[in-house]
Design a protein around this ligand. Structure first.
Ligand SMILES: NC(=O)c1ccc[n+]([C@@H]2O[C@H](COP(=O)([O-])OP(=O)(O)OC[C@H]3O[C@@H](n4cnc5c(N)ncnc54)[C@H](O)[C@@H]3O)[C@@H](O)[C@H]2O)c1
Length: 250
């Protein structure tokens, strides 16, 4: 198993893509630390990982509480060991017409998707990765970082920022042997998209934009994440890999 003996920290691990990534990494031999806001959802993911025979602990951490992140990383390191792999999946979207976007919605999206993600990278790199001169970070971006999507002024801005952040961190931390990459999925069937995809018109619009004519599954994203987390991608850093069935090629 390619990730045997590695400790992976996954944010937003209670549901959707984060949950699927955590399980995939465990299937490849990693032990897991799960972060998220809702303890019961983290515990459910944790139970699946324990059944796979891997070590797993979970921590209720809100990534927008940026001053609490260094201490949460410290606790995670003490109880789980040094973090080898960080997957940043915690994220939010609040669909609104551009003319109706409120300052509160803008801040919630940016604070979670960009600021929280950045300070998770910073704390894990500083405490676990830079001192040991090794580490892998995978950010869950979105096709929204590259193409415009209606009702998503703040969300698209946040994912564009994640793409740029990924490249800057890859450049700065290459000297510490830390690789930083991102994956950029199209619409994935998760609790995040359940309501919007239940609208037939919207679902048809999405399907027509995807040349492969299907929505992504959380497992499609997890497969790309596990590749980027493993040594199979040891020459890849600063990349944003689309997992979009071809949406962004036309
Ligand atoms: N589902 C999609 O179609 C899709 C497509 C492209 C990108 N993404 C991205 O994938 C990531 C995961 O989305 P998902 O579809 O799994 O959604 P989800 O809602 O199922 O999971 C997101 C998780 O993040 C957690 N979270 C949110 N804010 C948090 C915070 N402040 N602190 C800690 N945890 C927090 C939520 O509680 C939830 O468990 C997000 O970054 C999202 O932008 C999703």
């Amino acid at each position: 198993m390619s990730l045997s003996g590695k400790v992976s920290l996954v944010t937003g691990a209670g549901s959707g893509i984060g949950r699927s990534c955590a399980i995939q990494l465990a299937q490849e031999g990693a032990d897991l630390a799960l972060w998220g806001r809702t303890e019961s959802k983290l515990a459910a993911t944790g139970a699946e990982i324990t059944r796979l025979g891997r070590e797993c602990r979970w921590y209720p951490v809100d990534v927008t509480d940026i001053h609490g992140i260094p201490e949460a990383v410290q606790t995670t390191r003490t109880e789980c060991g040094e973090v080898d792999i960080l997957v940043n999946s915690a994220g939010v979207n609040i669909p609104q017409n551009a003319e109706d976007v409120t300052a509160e919605a803008w801040d919630t999206i940016m604070d979670t998707n960009v600021k929280g993600l950045f300070f998770c990278c910073q704390a894990v790199a500083k405490q676990s990765m830079i001192p040991r001169k090794t580490g892998v970070i995978v950010n869950i971006s979105s096709q929204a970082g590259k193409v415009a999507l209606p009702l998503r002024a703040a969300y698209c801005s946040s994912k564009g920022a994640v793409d740029q952040l990924t490249r800057v961190l890859a450049l700065e931390w290459a000297e510490h042997n830390i690789r930083v990459n991102a994956v950029a999925p199209t619409f994935v069937e998760t609790p995040f998209t359940a309501k919007m995809l239940s609208d037939r018109k919207f679902r048809d619009y999405v399907m027509n934009k995807i040349p492969l004519r299907r929505l992504a599954k959380p497992e499609d994203v997890a497969a790309a994440v596990s590749f980027l987390a493993s040594d199979r991608s040891s020459m890849i850093t600063g990349a944003v890999i689309p997992v979009d069935g071809g949406w962004t090629i036309h």
